[in-house]
Design a protein around this ligand. Structure first.
Ligand SMILES: Nc1nc2c(c(=O)[nH]1)N[C@@H](CN(C=O)c1ccc(C(=O)N[C@@H](CCC(=O)O)C(=O)O)cc1)CN2
Length: 305
């Protein structure tokens, strides 16, 4: 193997330890214990695991975590009413609705993902999915950073894989990963540590290209990249022949194939060409939850006034 392994699991542990210490100091100073409420609708097995992992991570960091487990028969009106209750509950600092929502059983009153995410108070929106928080991010003055893109920025920052002046190709244009990561990496200031780039090379000021399903000559485009971020949900789409020698490769894909977890990158082949690479599992995934804890503490600080 020639590439350096970017160990997201280890970095997530470091960040979680930092957050636990921040929470400990906060509570010791007489401030409220941060509290996160996750809403899980239906019984998707992967979502159940993710929500359970979020609950455990909160507990370990000293954050109060609760999960509302609602049946798949929940109507849009019922879910919106529950969100509204949490928006007005002063003891709850962060709210998230686990995605994907199940296919609606009620055609008269469906679970509309956009309406549901829009209903979460922007001040408690720890996923940073609300239009207000997306807009603030685009303007370069974020309140909350979306968890997975922020995880990628932290990973690059802490592994000293700066992208300033470099060409980054993001494969995938989702609202959750592709679009926000492209925005974050092309901003003027490093979004890891609120603009303080100390301790890592600048993870900002990149020249970013977003590739997607209609992109022509994807392989040629990706070969021009100093850094490739794969977030498209197609197992092993990115192969060794598409990688410029020495490039940084970040795999955000989480695909289940024959009961095994594989990324969007053909890890075995690409690791022989890349300069640095994230594995799946153990790469970006664990950072998603670490950054959710970060946002929950931030939400509690915002509520302090
Ligand atoms: N409301 C949200 N829904 C979803 C989000 C999100 O950020 N907010 N992201 C994903 C799921 N997700 C968190 O919710 C998530 C996915 C994967 C991991 C992770 O740690 N993956 C591990 C492997 C875990 C496994 O074995 O399955 C890894 O990559 O090492 C954490 C969180 C969609 N929904």
């Amino acid at each position: 193997m020639t590439a350096t392994l970017l160990n997201g699991k280890q970095i997530a542990q470091e960040i979680r330890a930092e957050i636990a210490e921040q929470v400990r100091r906060r509570v010791q100073a007489g401030k409220s214990q941060p509290k996160l409420c996750a809403i899980l609708v239906g019984d998707d097995p992967a979502s159940q695991v993710y929500v359970r992992n979020k609950e455990r991570a909160c507990e370990k960091a000293g954050i109060a975590g609760t999960v509302d487990r609602l049946p798949a028969t929940t109507t849009g009106t019922e879910l919106l009413a529950r969100i509204e209750q949490l928006n007005h509950d002063p003891t709850v600092h962060g709210i998230l609705v686990q995605l994907p929502l199940p296919k609606s059983e009620s055609s008269a009153d469906p679970l509309d993902e956009r309406r549901v995410l829009d209903a979460v108070s922007p001040l408690k929106d720890v996923d940073a999915f609300s239009p207000v928080n997306v807009g603030l991010l685009m303007q370069g003055r974020p309140r909350f950073l979306p968890c997975t893109p922020h995880g990628v920025v932290q990973l690059l920052h802490r592994c000293d894989r700066g992208v300033a002046g470099k060409h980054v190709v993001v494969i995938g244009r989702s609202d959750i990963v592709g679009k926000p990561i492209a925005s974050m990496l092309s901003q003027r200031t490093n979004m890891a540590n609120q603009g303080d780039a100390e301790g890592g090379r600048d993870v900002a000021n990149a020249t970013v290209t977003i590739a997607h399903s209609r992109t022509e000559n994807l392989a040629d485009l990706v070969r021009q990249a100093d850094c490739v971020i794969a977030a498209v949900g197609i197992p092993k789409l990115v192969t060794a022949d598409m990688i410029r020698p020495g490039a940084t490769v970040v795999d955000v894909g989480i695909n289940r194939v024959d009961d095994k977890l594989v990324g969007d990158v053909d890890f075995e082949g690409v690791k022989e060409v890349a300069g640095a690479i994230t594995p799946v599992p153990g790469g970006v995934g664990p950072l998603t939850i670490a950054m959710l804890l970060h946002n929950t503490v931030k939400a509690a600080e915002l509520a302090d006034g």
